[in-house]
Design a binder for this molecule. Sequence first.
Ligand code: DMJ
Length: 660
Amino acid sequence: VSLSGLAPKRLFSLLPLSGRRIPTLSPGASSFPHHRATLRLSEKFILLLILSAFITLCFGAFFFLPDSSKHKRFDLGLEDMPNPPPVQVKSGPPTCREACVRLARLGRTEPGAPTGEGLRLEESLRDKIRADHERALQEAKQKLRKSKKALLHEIQTEKARVAQELKKKDVPRSLPPVPMPKLVGVNDGDPGEPDVKEKRDKIREMMKHAWDSYRQYGWGHNELKPIAKKGHSTNIFGNSQMGATIVDALDTLYIMGLHDEFKDGQEWIEQNLDFSVNAEVSVFEVNIRFIGGLLAAYYLSGQEVFKAKAVQLAEKLLPAFNTPTGIPWAMVNLKSGVGRNWGWASAGSSILAEFGTLHMEFVHLTYLTGNPAYYQKVMHIRKLLAKMDRPNGLYPNYLNPRTGRWGQHHTSVGGLGDSFYEYLLKAWLMSDRTDAEARKTYDDAIEAIERHLIRKSNGGLTFIGEWKNGHLERKMGHLTCFAGGMFALGADGSPGDKAGHYLQLGAEIAHTCHESYDRTVLKLGPEAFKFDSGLEAVAVRQNEKYYILRPEVIETYWYMWRFTHDPKYRQWGWEAAQAIDKYCRVGGGFSGVKDVYSSNPTYDDVQQSFFLAETLKYLYLLFSSDELLPLESWVFNTEAHPLPVLRLANATMPGSQAKR
Ligand code: DMJ
């Protein structure tokens, strides 16, 4: 169609957009030659106009596609490629993605040329949009026809399907077969003498009462409220119901020969223990109670499920190490992996006893899985600490995981510091005494502690105080009493000629802690006691007079018994067991008491999981023969879960460079 000879004004009214046909002009129709240049210009103008209309169409098609949001990222990716891959045109209406790519190509590389194909594509896209709308409408209509019940059922089925799929993702990869370390001393441990056996039977009966009560009133909850007779939950496990008592108690049940109870616990773990929960938990507590408990149950019983669960859980803890320094956060959300520190900790710090009490479990995890990550994480912490300055050779309790700097200069062998020192020694023992670096770090730390924190009271009691900003606080915690056992355990292998000295130090701490029990009305030790202004081994403040079924004093009696066989340790242990049975036993289990100096104590109504994991286990071992879990072959984690010594001979731990 030649448009020459038409005035631009008239031409507008003849554009196809108007829907009217364009009249044809004969060549001779134009009798105005001076109009020719103007007409050629108009021709270009029209072409431009058509092209811009086509581009507008392309954009329209792009933005109004019904499922574009689903495919946008992918489509953009394709479009942005310098040479997009060829698009195969199938019969039937093109898919959204195909059409978009083709339109984009047409608009970009061949402007104006195949307008026909562009239009056909636009048409088919419109058809597709129409069809999609129609389908959506039909689906909505069908849904509305369904009853509320059917809809609810549909939603729930879908939810269950998604949950199931998520769960499947959590199933651990099958673990490599690893030789089981030689397990010595998994036996009955019959003490021989009838009176000792009788005492041991009594401890076993106490365990039965604690377990049965939890089984009846708190099953599946983390802990038990023995007075209210219902489940109890602490903030260390967030809002989870992960059966902390079951996991913590397993190995005690096993060594006591309570096999039905052990089976019950195993069954619960197989069917219910799930870590995909939206709960913010303490990395330290989960490690020592859950991972430690599961690993010990695995080594003792050989049941694979415990190993698998331990590894599954450990993977959930790993995001806690994503900090600028690699010093882990105190807490981590098991679902999101987001970590943070306790609000009360000095300057946003992590706690020495928390990030310093991972070594034993993490080394075993690497041993069992072949995954070097666990080993590397804890070795990184060790290396970082080794490089830091230590005020007076002491380790402060607080370390900032962002800056890598110490927080307040407080040092304690009790709360906030305790098990860091314990794990240095136990890392060495667990490595079959080959981890010389751990032993040296322990020896240096203990030397500084002795120099700055250990003193004798006027009455001749050896105590371990706390260092606070250049000042010694003459107060000792119940938690600190574990150190008596630690000194005795570390005596053999200490530098120079000091084995005797450390065994003696252990005995002195045991004596002081026994005094802290003996000077109360209930014959149970307070949470903290002073050596000041004429006071010796007694609590002063009301909020330090409670006893919450803690194990540390009995733990030290047991180690001292194993190393000395002095009958006084069995005697002291028996006194404590009787006091617990008399004052802490209630109908629904065992409870802590609020004031050990009151003859009429009130209960705190909590049966702590460590009562079953530690207190009763150490008592049972105290009245068993030394053949049950000998210390040459087993190392107890800080929650009293026994892990075997790893005799790797010449082998190396995955992830370590040097031979160990
Ligand atoms: C236990 O969970 C562990 O022994 C930990 O190391 C500190 N204290 C509690 C019991 O008192």
